[in-house]
Design a protein around this ligand. Structure first.
Ligand code: KG4
Ligand code: ZN
Length: 343
């Protein structure tokens, strides 16, 4: 019987299309990745310095089916209808047009192949990237979720039991990286380029403010830091000296400090010392080094390919939700502002 036995070659198809990456993966059980393919739209959006929603959804439409069939064949699946146990798809948050492509595709396949369907929250997906990489990671743990759209600290009391301890008041950490990169002409997305340049510079060259460092709440704000670094750039320009590596290193030092200080606060507030990083910014070398240096925490870091958007994390979240009893109907519709809710 299909999907009868948990963990016994139960295969989940995960589909992610919430923003600018079309991603599909096949996961066996909770954490064995059988195939994971991503079609990146970086080149498509690069000339615009950010994601253009109309271009994103059109590209998802063109790429999703070929990608899906490649992922299925790479996983050695001959008959999806009898071999797959579940289809998981990101239902939000994200761009409406992009989400629609994934959700409509998942619904059509679920109907054609007579498979159960589960819409998952993209943020829950990100936190499950850690479960794929570290199957020994069990709740309770804290997750710092840092991406282009989110900067949040979540207490995972159990899978399906999430408490948002705090988030950003304005820009997300990844957004701050992308905005600085745009001004510096480093292209989109800016995180990797700034990270690389920061590694060549001196983080103490320009003291930048560490936002919210002294408040006793888990909260972030990156718009003030963005303004401070833009003012610094104007000053350096008028001085005629432009040590871009030092600017990037100083910016990265402030961002990492702002994130670390609040995770530290969350650890003290909850007494939970297992800390997992997730989301695209979790690929940042400065952030990873700062976390790994915390010998008083048990730190979990997914590899870079699981930090950024991927289908495996969606499949893993769907697998967990399915065995917690969740199912979606064929009336599933995407929600661009889908909140992360507990069971
Ligand atoms: O999770 P993700 O792939 O997509 C969203 O859900 O947003 O994250 C993308 C974000 C972008 O803002 C990108 O600049 C940032 O992650 N990012 C990085 C690094 N790699 C990706 N930021 C800092 N350092 C990096 N190495
Ligand atoms: Zn994401």
């Amino acid at each position: 019987m299909r999907g009868a036995l948990r963990n016994q070659r139960f295969l989940t198809l995960g589909i992610e299309s919430s923003c600018d990456d079309t991603a599909v993966a096949i996961l066996e059980g909770q954490s064995k990745v059988m195939s994971s393919l991503i079609s990146s739209q970086l080149e498509l959006h690069a000339p615009y310095g950010g994601v253009v929603p109309e271009l994103a959804s059109r590209d998802h439409q063109e790429r999703i089916l070929p990608l899906l069939f490649s992922a299925i064949s790479e996983a050695g699946i001959k008959d999806p209808s009898s071999e797959l146990g579940l289809i998981g798809v990101t239902a939000g948050p994200g761009l409406m047009g992009s989400l629609l492509v994934g959700v409509m595709t998942a619904k059509a396949l679920a109907q054609a192949w007579e498979l159960p369907l589960l819409g998952v929250n993209h943020l829950e997906g990100h936190l499950f990237a850690n479960v794929i990489h570290s199957p020994q990671l069990t709740p309770p743990f804290l997750t710092l979720l840092v991406s282009g759209g989110h900067t949040e600290v979540i207490l995972v009391k159990a899978f399906g039991d999430y408490t948002l301890l705090g988030c950003t008041r304005d820009d997300a950490a990844g957004e701050a990286y992308d905005k600085l990169a745009k001004v510096l002409g480093l292209g989109y997305p800016g995180g990797p380029a700034i990270d690389r340049l920061a590694g060549l510079g001196n983080g103490d060259a320009f003291p930048l403010p560490v936002p919210m460092a002294d408040t006793l709440r888990v909260e972030f704000s990156f718009s003030g830091l963005k303004t401070a670094v833009l003012n610094l750039l104007h000053k350096l320009e008028s001085d005629g000296a432009f040590p871009v590596e030092d600017v990037c290193a100083s910016f990265q030092k402030a961002v990492v400090r702002a994130l670390l200080v609040k995770v530290d606060l969350a650890v003290r507030m909850t007494g939970v010392k297992r800390v997992a990083l997730s989301g695209g910014v979790a690929a940042n070398s400065g952030l990873r080094a700062a976390f790994l240096a915390r010998e008083d925490w048990q730190v979990f870091l997914p590899p870079a390919n699981l930090c950024t958007d991927n289908g495996a994390m969606v499949a893993a979240a769907a697998y967990s939700g399915y065995w917690r009893g969740h199912r979606s109907g064929l009336d599933l519709s995407p929600d661009p502002a889908l909140p992360l809710v507990s069971d």
